[in-house]
Write a protein that binds this ligand. Structure first.
Ligand code: ZN
Length: 201
């Protein structure tokens, strides 16, 4: 499990989502949670920097990770300061659905109200913003994504950064069209029929 966390961090850093020591990754391992250590450069992280949630070296955002596990059926959680997601978090109240792939994250992406990093208040705000969603933005801070597996949580974090990038670029052309509730419903129906979003697609 520690090796999988290391691999996830390296991938997210290579994709530009984890910059320096910012951001953190966790995974549920039986009845405990493994998290990245505070101050670790995530692109170079080793298994020594993956610790249990109660370890004093655990990331300062450990409360945020634990809040997600407590509230949702998550197997892994990824928190980043990815550049476009973070920029969006400083301006938007939500990311509207302008692309059908966003429905893999559950719909409109909420922006959790700002609170100081590492506080129970921030953890509570993020937990609320994730209701029915696999990802959220954190106002003036960054992004959070979860998934049933570490792989899925990483994919969801990457998808959110891509969606924020597409939305930003769409805004440079003009006012983007959003998918109506009916169009979203039809996407979900088509996805169920084709098993879209499974590991193979
Ligand atoms: Zn952070």
């Amino acid at each position: 499990m520690k090796a999988a966390v290391v691999e996830a961090c390296h991938r997210l850093a290579a994709e530009g989502l984890l910059i320096g020591t910012s951001g953190n990754v966790s995974v549920r391992d039986g009845d405990q949670v493994l998290v990245t250590a505070s101050g670790a450069v995530l692109g170079w992280i080793t298994e020594d920097d993956v610790v249990t949630a109660d370890d004093p070296r655990a990331t300062s955002e450990v409360a945020l990770h634990l809040a997600v596990y407590e509230a949702y059926d998550a197997g892994a959680v990824v928190h980043t300061h990815a550049p476009v997601s973070t920029a969006a978090s400083a301006v938007l109240d939500e990311v509207p659905v302008i692309h059908y792939q966003q429905l893999l994250l559950g719909g409109e992406i909420r922006v959790a109200p700002y609170a100081t990093f590492g506080t129970p208040e921030l953890a509570a705000n993020v937990k609320a913003a994730l209701d029915g969603r696999a990802a959220a933005l954190m106002a003036n801070h960054g992004s959070v994504a979860h998934g049933a597996t570490l792989h899925k949580a990483v994919e969801n974090a990457l998808l959110l950064e891509w969606l924020c990038t597409v939305y930003r670029d769409a805004l440079t052309f003009g006012q983007p069209r959003t998918l109506s509730p009916d169009e979203q419903e039809q996407v979900i129906r088509a996805a169920i029929e084709r098993n879209y979003g499974s590991e193979s697609s």
